[in-house]
Design a protein around this ligand. Structure first.
Ligand code: NDP
Length: 486
């Protein structure tokens, strides 16, 4: 059976008739065959979304009706949580417990944005004239949305829920490698009754389908999560009609640990920071900055724990870390490990592909690094941690901020004032004190510097799918009197 895409309320095959096989990265076996869209399919979806927005009245549907649809999606997703978790586990390779967590977060995201539409919106102003000035928020129009493979369902929902809540129509493209949960999600959209053309799913490759969406003059906004190189291409493609852009890009985020912490606790978080989701997380704590007095002991404990991580297929109950997403990506990660060795860093543990079917790589830790090394500066996007050493607060901050990225960062210390001082100096959009990774639908997500533009989630994420309109209402019924009457 060939899985179809959803365009203008219909499940369709690509015009070209092309298909793509979807692999389970833990077994390298084909788990599904999907239709492979290209430019003509993307154009069809954009045209449908344009019509649904401009002519079919979706943007005028009462906010509470949009909320009702989103609540209905949340309920159905919750009812079928196991099915969705299993799909992401098979398609992405992540351990089942992580996939289950993603589904429950996705359900919460739909509910959050369903709730937001009925809350007070806009502002009124006191101005120097007899005029009531106010702003209202309106949908932007047709939103193109492109997501990566590391959180197939969740990344889709972070974009779809606020866009639809705000009254936009969407043309959504998942990663070509992990489209399965998105296909099922669009089936739920159909089931709950979103009107034709409001939600469109186009399957296919980035350079064709993604590029077409990003470049189209009929698309009013493009929202993208993925690598920085691709983000730059999307930004360039978007300049034709100056569409609005939101970019959630890569990172090389610092996790800073001072010598006053409980070592066991900080080691535990440091492992979670880098090895959750196999390190394929934009906000991963991929640089561990250790104060020099605890460095050796910390590394010893860390390596011991890293070597105990159970790596295996997501459906095996003991698996704590799954495979990398694809052979190509695994090779990229292994190449970075070779680069690290060539640069003279010390391999404290890991470093190899695991000798079994699937794209499994050992949890890997490098010490004795130098700030200018490629493995310190570049996003590896795998289970590879680089350790850096610092003397004092000043050096910790300098090292922490010394990359082109600014997505996330954390500090571990028992000194509350120091924690705040450090966090305020971090040039990053998502930060933690004495924790790493927990993220909430309620709070904004996004980066400084080359980690992106704009914010997703929370009220910021909703506003990013709206235009702001100023309305001025004259309270006097009389001429302005600027020009003489005779
Ligand atoms: P990409 O950033 O290239 O892919 C993300 C999405 O963008 C996919 O849907 C992809 O489509 C699409 N895309 C690719 N090229 C274009 C284009 N020219 N125009 C429009 N859309 C496009 O991720 P990769 O898989 O290539 O990974 C490369 C690196 O990016 C990783 O090694 C990692 O460092 C980083 N990355 C960061 C992520 C993050 O969350 N910050 C997530 C994923 C990757 P397609 O389906 O064809 O790939």
């Amino acid at each position: 059976m060939i899985e179809k895409m959803y365009i203008d309320g219909e499940w369709v095959l690509a015009e070209s008739g092309e298909t793509r096989e979807i692999l389970n990265p833990a077994t390298e076996k084909v788990i599904a065959t999907v239709t492979e869209g290209a430019e003509p399919d993307a154009f069809k979806a954009i045209t449908a979304a344009r019509r649904a927005f401009d002519h079919d009245g979706w943007s005028e549907v009462a906010a509470l009706e949009r909320a009702r649809l989103l609540y209905a999606v949340a309920n159905k997703l919750e009812e079928r949580a196991e099915e969705f978790a299993e799909l992401d586990m098979l398609d992405n390779g992540k351990p089942l417990r992580e996939a289950q967590f993603d589904v429950s977060d996705a359900v919460g995201c739909f509910r959050y944005y369903a709730g937001i539409v009925s809350k007070p919106q806009g502002q009124t102003y006191n101005v120097p004239d007899a005029m009531q000035a106010m702003v209202v928020r309106e949908p932007i129009g047709v939103c193109g949305q492109i997501t990566p493979w590391n959180y197939p369902l969740l990344m889709a929902v972070w974009k779809l829920a606020p866009a639809l809540a705000a009254g936009n129509t969407v043309v959504f493209k998942p990663s070509e490698i992990t489209p399965l949960s998105a296909i099922k999600l669009f089936a739920i959209f159909e089931e709950v009754g979103f009107p034709k053309g409001v939600c469109n799913l186009v399957l296919g490759a980035g350079p064709t389908v993604g590029q077409t969406i990003a470049a189209s003059h009929e698309v009013d906004k493009i929202a993208f999560t993925g690598g920085t190189v691709t983000g730059r291409k999307i930004m360039e493609a978007a300049t034709g009609n100056l569409k609005k852009i939101s970019l959630e890009l890569g990172g090389k985020s610092p996790n800073i640990v001072f010598d006053d912490v409980d070592l066991e606790t900080a080691v535990d978080w440091a492992l979670f920071a880098i090895f959750a989701n196999q390190g394929q997380v934009c906000s991963a704590g991929s640089r561990l900055l250790l104060q020099e007095s605890i460095h050796d002991r910390f590394v010893e404990l860390l390596v011991d724990r890293a070597q105990k991580i159970e790596v295996g297929p997501g459906n095996e109950p003991n698996s704590e870390m799954g495979p990398l997403i694809s052979e190509a990506h695994m090779n990229k990660v292994l190449k970075y490990i070779q680069i690290g060795l060539a640069e003279g860093a010390t391999l404290a543990c890991g470093g190899k592909r695991i000798n079994r079917k699937g794209y499994f790589v050992e949890p890997t830790i490098f010490t004795n690094t130098h700030p200018e090394m490629q493995i310190v500066q570049e996003e590896i996007f795998g289970p590879v941690l680089v350790v850096q050493k610092f003397k004092d607060e000043g050096e910790a901050v300098r090292l922490a901020n010394n990359t082109i990225y600014g997505l996330a960062g954390a500090v571990f210390t028992k000194d509350g004032a120091r924690a705040q001082r450090i966090i305020r100096k971090l040039r990053a959009g998502i930060t933690w004190i004495n924790a790493y990774h927990p993220t909430y639908n309620e709070a904004p997500w996004g980066g400084y510097k080359q980690s992106g533009i704009g914010r997703e989630l929370g009220t910021f994420g909703y506003e990013a799918y709206t235009e702001v309109k100023q309305i001025n209402i004259n309270l006097l019924d009389e001429p302005v009197g600027w020009f003489k009457r005779e």
